[in-house]
Design a protein around this ligand. Structure first.
Ligand code: 26V
Length: 823
């Protein structure tokens, strides 16, 4: 296809007049309505189409450039992309936010209301999925030839309602009104096969009598900052292969005929909520193979369109595994190269190890994926055979190098032999990848010292670190217009693409006028958050109080319960000394618990019970408020995070691989109270230890306690305030109607306390007192907050992606074609 040459965006399309005509036109001709009959949803679609029209040329141009330059491409395989809303992001990328707003006003459409009508694309659980979304944004901003592959779940992350203090899950049928941002690409459809039987042929295998599902592509464009380029996110949707079962249909059993069709279409129906303990669901494995197989067929098809054979494959293609969820890509690429394209084993395996790379996102035992050999044999017999072969060759190599170490062979095998035999997906991913990275300095160190220490002996050069990052476009420019405008007024707008420029704010940290404007921006954002809280959950909070926020998935290791223990203690202290000079605080929680995670759900209930008791006790004089904001998601985070003064990042040291919320809060001028864990450590190093509240045991101490018999009861007996807090919980002070409600919480704390909350409790409370001390000195607090923003340059996902591109993928930014001279 001929290139259009240099991409020159026609700015005349971006005037208020042109946009108004465009929107009206799209309303009439694409939505099929007019000014009189348009509903709010019709307006949203009309605006969406008008904005989408303005990224199409750049998108087309990006694809043409990648083709014309025959650039090496990187394919980011991820089960999750938590992109949130697309419209505002696209308007900002195309620099048409203001004119679209004015055009809407002229047309009599309620801009703010229609923006708020867009559903979040909640196709992810939390950090891992949001990271993937930030990465696509950065690839587009840097002009990297990349693409994201995932699943077009019909139901995203469930919606959370709070009923009588408890979490209730509701399906998130986000596509119900149609989704104007995507393009269906029926011509990009592939057959994905399951089950069946193997027939040997010429040393390879024929795979017959399979159950087939069709994967159909849906593309959406991710525009980069200032439209440097537009990256494609391609999500697969499942369709039954043969339409309805004709036998059943002809027998007159219409329902049976359609039921089978529904069965195969179930594959892309629903996102699995992150249930680190609940594993081995067959449908989840089908999902993993489904999207991996379609993506690899698509990748090879694209390669063969422009190249003959596979000689150059590894020079033209990099494939990244976002955690082990797409690890079946390894045997799938082997199968395609061996069985469909007749390559020999050594060549095929050589290509694999040059093409694949893998990111580990957790060290937690229970979250490491493994699949029963029996299930894999039944569902994917050819792949199981290939895994056996990969393993046999690998173990032979290990044996050659470490001939007398049988224990090593057992530990390093891809197949766990204890109990039910299982394939260890992390081992498979490491073996097939030329690079394996962790997501923060600490996590990457622990990764090589613990779960992959045996592999380090074999392949030390493979392991590296790539500290996570976040996109400043969404997490500062879009989420925080007030602070963004202030920053623009002092250092100009280029920080959006070069976040290191924020360092220039350092010299303004002591300037009273800048401090004052900075405080005003924070106050504005706190009022915005307070208004939202007044609507739901319907609590009135004081925007002058210190907003202390913990927003993230509910997990025991993240220790929301430690936060609750501190709240109870503070409550008791206020009651004991009502005259003391307490800094008024609003403690905000938000986050979803996996539907089957009993303890996480119980902690949500506890937060709501504690909130009810404290918020209704007039003796506190309103100096302590507790709020649980329901249904945390990307679009809510965009309001919650800019409104925070204090960011709670309090996981047990060694458990939070990186965290990315920690970065978002600091970038928006919140101070962190945190443990020496994940990326908190690097944040501390960048903002300065004097500008962060660090507390708690470090990893060595946590491990030592775990090793030498940790006794939570000792802390309970020795600390009067802690004992009070736990005793009150145990007596039912927060659940008088059911005094035993939190018995399991109390028992877990006193009997095992796996995450060592009690060991860190005293230090945490002391640290919270230091937070109050600083908040009493507004100028000092604001100075610290400014220095936090100024120190966040390193946490742009642009930095992260640059490192991946040069040190892992070997891909370069697209050359920007120069306009032909004289034209
Ligand atoms: C596990 C499972 C188990 C089966 C059901 C679906 C599912 C989905 C997710 C997970 C956990 C994946 C690990 C993860 O999310 N890690 C987080 O990754 C972030 C980005 O690197 C990082 O900032 C967080 O610290 C880390 O917890």
């Amino acid at each position: 296809m001929a290139s259009l040459g240099a991409f020159e965006y026609d700015k005349r399309l971006n005037t208020v007049d042109a946009l108004r005509r465009s929107i009206a036109n799209r309303l009439v001709y694409a939505v099929g309505k007019d000014l009189r009959s348009a509903t709010q949803r019709d307006w949203l679609f009309a605006v969406f189409y008008a904005v989408r029209d303005r990224i199409m040329d750049c998108w087309r141009e990006t694809r043409a450039q990648v083709d014309d330059q025959d650039a090496k491409r990187v394919y980011y395989l991820s089960m999750e992309f938590l992109t949130g809303r697309a419209l505002t992001n696209a308007m900002l990328a195309a620099d048409i936010y203001e004119p679209v707003r004015q055009a809407c006003a002229q047309l009599g459409a309620d801009f703010d209301a229609l923006i708020d009508l867009e559903p979040d694309a909640g196709l992810g659980n939390g950090g891992l999925g949001r990271l993937a979304a930030c990465f696509l944004d950065s690839m587009a901003t840097l002009g990297l030839p990349g693409m994201g592959y995932g699943i077009r779940y019909e139901y995203g992350m469930f919606a959370q309602r709070i009923e009588h203090g408890q979490q209730v899950e509701e399906p998130d049928y986000w596509l119900v009104n149609g989704y104007p941002w995507e393009f269906m690409r029926p011509e990009s459809s592939y057959t994905v096969r399951f089950g069946g039987r193997l027939v040997p042929q010429n040393g390879n295998s024929l795979w017959l009598d399979t159950e087939d599902v069709i994967a159909t592509a849906y593309d959406s464009g991710v525009p980069g900052s200032a439209m440097r380029s537009v990256v494609t996110m391609r999500l697969w949707s499942a369709r039954a292969s043969g339409g309805v079962n004709l036998d059943a249909f002809n027998r007159g059993d219409y329902i049976q005929a359609v039921e089978e069709k529904n069965q195969s279409e179930n594959v892309s129906r629903v996102l699995y909520p992150d249930d680190r303990t609940e594993h081995g669901r067959e449908l989840r494995l089908r999902q993993e193979y489904f999207f991996v197989s379609a993506s690899l067929q698509d990748i090879l098809w694209r390669h063969l369109r422009n190249h003959t054979g596979f000689e150059q494959l590894a020079d033209k293609v990099a494939i990244h595994l976002n955690d082990t969820h797409p690890a079946l890509a390894v045997p799938e690429l082997m199968r395609l190269l061996l069985d469909e394209h007749q390559l020999d084993w050594a060549t095929a395996w050589g290509l694999c190890t040059r093409i694949f790379s893998y990111t580990n996102h957790t060290l937690m035992e229970e979250a490491l994926e493994s699949w029963p050999v029996e299930l894999l044999t039944r569902m994917l017999p050819r792949h199981m055979g290939l895994i056996y072969e990969i393993n046999a060759r690998f173990l032979a190599e290990v044996h050659r190098r470490f001939p007398s170490d049988n224990a090593l062979l057992r530990r390093i095998s891809l197949i766990e032999e204890r109990g039910v035999r299982r394939v260890l997906m992390a081992n498979l991913s490491v073996l097939a990848s030329h690079k394996v990275n962790g997501v923060s300095d600490l996590h990457s160190k622990l990764m090589v010292d613990t779960i992959f220490s045996d592999f380090v002996q074999m392949y030390p050069e493979r392991f590296c670190n790539k500290t996570n990052g976040i996109t400043p476009r969404r997490w500062l420019s879009q989420a925080n217009p007030s602070l963004s405008a202030l920053i623009d007024s002092r250092i100009g707008p280029d920080w959006r693409r070069d976040l290191d420029q924020l360092a220039r704010l350092r010299e303004l940290a002591d300037e009273p006028e800048f401090q004052n404007s900075f405080q005003l921006a924070k106050q504005h954002n706190k009022r915005r958050l307070a208004d939202m809280i007044a609507r739901n959950p319907g609590v009135v909070v004081d925007p002058e109080s210190l907003f202390d926020v913990q927003a993230k998935r509910m997990h025991e290791y993240k220790r929301q319960l430690l936060n609750v223990l501190h709240i109870i203690t503070r409550y008791h202290c206020i009651l004991a000394q009502p005259q003391a000079d307490w800094v008024p605080r609003t403690v905000v929680f938000a986050g979803k618990a996996a539907s089957a995670y009993y303890m996480a759900k119980l902690i949500i209930r506890l937060i709501n019970d504690v909130a009810r008791v404290i918020n209704n006790d007039s003796r506190t004089g309103g100096r302590l408020r507790v709020v649980f904001i329901p249904n945390y998601r990307v679009s809510l985070a965009e309001i919650i995070i800019p409104g925070a003064n204090l960011s709670e990042q309090i996981s047990t040291a060694g458990t939070e691989a990186s965290g990315t919320g920690n970065m978002k809060f600091a970038l928006n001028g919140a101070l962190t109270i945190g443990t020496w864990d994940g990326a908190n450590i690097e944040i501390a190093n960048n903002v300065g230890l004097e500008n962060i509240f660090v507390f708690g045991n470090r990893t060595e101490k946590v491990a030592e306690l775990r090793g030498y018999g940790y006794r939570p009861r000792d802390y309970y007996e020795d600390n009067f305030e802690l004992k009070c807090a736990i005793d009150r919980l145990a007596e039912g002070a927060f659940s008088p109607e059911e005094p035993d409600r939190y018995r399991d919480v109390v028992n877990a704390l006193l009997e095992s306390d796996h995450y060592q909350l009690l060991a860190d409790y005293a230090d945490y409370c002391d640290c919270q007192d230091k937070v109050d001390d600083l908040y009493r000195r507004p100028a000092a607090w604001t100075r610290s907050a400014i220095l936090n923003v100024a120190g966040m340059g390193a946490f742009s996902s642009d930095r992260t992606i640059r490192e991946y591109a040069s040190e892992i993928w070997g891909v370069q930014p697209l050359a920007v074609p120069q306009p032909a001279s004289g034209s």
